[in-house]
Design a protein around this ligand. Structure first.
Ligand code: F6P
Length: 489
């Protein structure tokens, strides 16, 4: 069955669950107050009890709200305009050429995915060329690669952190401060080369970021739901505020679709129910995300955080232990390259999985000569053909009589597809996944908006670091103690 919406379509045929069966399943699994909870989510009124705050990312689906969020004084569009036009000068009078986004998790994955996916939609209101880079890893691995190719005098750093306290981000920022020192003093650096994006205004001020360079967003916007807020600045710098606004428009259209369409026509609702069906009835514990358009290559990592940080839980909304399976393991990769890497296992391995194929049916390439345009259009058809073929093989399987050529099939999949990738269709795609995750959290009666497991890991890492730094004599277990000794030697 194909469901169409303004910007996104879903084919559920290869899930093998017909609409009557899905209706029955919905009647059993969707709680009676689902409509009320959905309305609360879309109005920013859903309550995240463990963190004692509301959930408000759906209020960020318009550029007006991004500009007036947090402290109400965001110079989002002005900053975007000046940087993109080459009018933002560094402390020594040279225009900024490179922007480095330092952030991790939601402060990295969404902005990086969006900037990469939408690059070609840049509103080119100037000839100034701005390169946007991403640094997230606490080991400094990405700084090794970025610092040698940028110049302190022409580089601006976005410090993106909802909490402004994440050690990974602060460690990268500390190293950057050391790197700029021979060229700029701290005052020069802070005055022209840093923009802070956070829900913690006080921390940005304490850090020394001038108020005009602080972009805030509401505490009630979860990190993994924050690409619609000022955290999306790298996307806006890549494509311009207007196109960023179109991405928000696409997400808003999906919010309306989710709110108003009946089950038979509701994309996120069906994605959620089919996902729960696969998890509970078919006992499939993982979902492979397989985009067939290179521009969406970061989608699997983004969805890993969105889904697994939200619904990988063993405690229900009331704080009781859960004894049923919750969110699946999300994994995947760019489909066409996956075909030459892990698809063999998908077609003939023994493990159960389900998949989301994501396809873009057409791609215009107006900037190229006609012959090249035709070549690229043929390549897009080639990718779509492969997407359709592999999805068929995974569902129907094949058998030619020889045991060694047996393809078992029966692996259910969705096909999410758009006619063309645009900022709107991209926004709608991401919002559809957000609503799927929300609906599944409601069905499993868990809080999709906290992340206690991650917090616990952070606490343990601090204890280990104390020992590595020689500030504590805590002992752990034979393996960890041995490794600590090796590092300290
Ligand atoms: O991984 C835990 C987490 O809190 C994520 O939820 C969040 O996106 C990430 O760390 C980064 O947090 P912050 O934006 O506060 O630096």
């Amino acid at each position: 069955m194909i469901i169409e919406s303004d910007f996104l379509n879903l084919d559920t045929t290869y899930q093998g669950v017909d609409i009557d069966a899905l209706r029955d399943f919905a009647a059993k699994r969707l709680p009676e107050n689902f409509d009320k909870l959905r309305t609360q989510l879309l109005r920013g009124e859903f309550y995240n009890a463990t963190e004692d705050r509301h959930v408000s990312h759906c209020l960020n689906r318009s550029i007006h709200n991004v500009v007036t969020a947090g402290n109400g004084k965001n110079r989002f569009c002005t900053i975007v305009r000046e940087l993109r036009a080459g009018k933002w000068l560094g402390a020594t009078g040279k225009p900024i050429k490179d922007v480095v986004n330092i952030g991790v998790g939601g402060s990295d994955l969404g902005p990086m995915m969006g900037s990469f996916a939408l690059k070609e939609f840049a509103d080119d209101n100037s000839l100034h060329h701005l390169s946007v880079h991403f640094v997230s890893s606490m080991d400094g691995g990405q700084l090794y690669a970025v610092l040698p190719i940028v110049d302190p005098e022409t580089t601006l750093f976005i410090i993106a952190s909802k909490s402004f306290g994440t050690i990974d981000t602060l460690a990268n920022v500390d190293t950057v401060r050391k790197w700029i020192e021979p060229t700029l003093n701290q005052e020069q650096w802070l005055s022209r080369h840093v923009i802070g994006v956070s829900a913690n205004n006080q921390a940005m001020t304490d850090f020394g970021i001038p108020p005009a360079q602080q972009l805030s967003f509401a505490e009630s916007v979860g990190g993994r739901f924050s690409l619609w807020s000022a955290i999306g600045l790298p996307i806006a710098l890549t494509v311009g505020s207007n196109q960023f606004g179109r991405m928000l428009e696409g997400a808003k259209a999906m919010d309306d679709h989710f709110a108003n369409e009946p089950l038979e026509q509701n994309i996120p609702l069906q994605m959620a129910l089919l996902g729960v069906y696969n998890r509970e009835v078919r006992e499939i514990n993982n979902l492979a995300v397989l985009p067939y358009d290179g521009r969406l290559r970061y989608l699997p990592s983004y969805l890993q955080q969105l889904d697994m940080e939200s619904n990988g839980k063993q405690v229900d909304f009331e704080g009781n232990a859960i004894d049923y399976p919750t969110g699946p393991i999300i994994w995947g990769g760019f489909g066409p390259n996956g075909q030459h890497a892990f698809f063999q296992h998908l077609h003939q391995g023994y493990d159960k999985f389900c998949a989301d194929f994501v396809a873009v049916l057409k791609r215009a390439a107006p900037d190229f000569e006609p012959a090249v345009q035709e070549g690229l259009a043929e390549q897009q058809r080639l990718a779509v053909a492969n997407c359709l073929a592999h999805r068929r093989l995974m569902w129907f399987g094949a058998e030619n009589g020889e045991a060694r050529n047996h393809y078992i099939g029966n692996h259910p999949s969705n096909l999410l597809f758009v006619d063309e990738l645009t900022p709107q269709s991209f926004g709608a795609l991401i919002a559809a996944y957000e609503h799927k995750v929300f609906t599944q959290g409601v069905i499993w009666n868990l809080n999709s908006f906290d992340q206690p497991g991650v917090e616990k890991g952070k606490k343990l890492a601090k204890e280990v670091l104390q020992v590595l730094d020689g500030n504590s004599a805590t002992e752990f277990d034979a393996s960890t103690d041995d490794l600590v000794r090796r590092v300290r030697r």
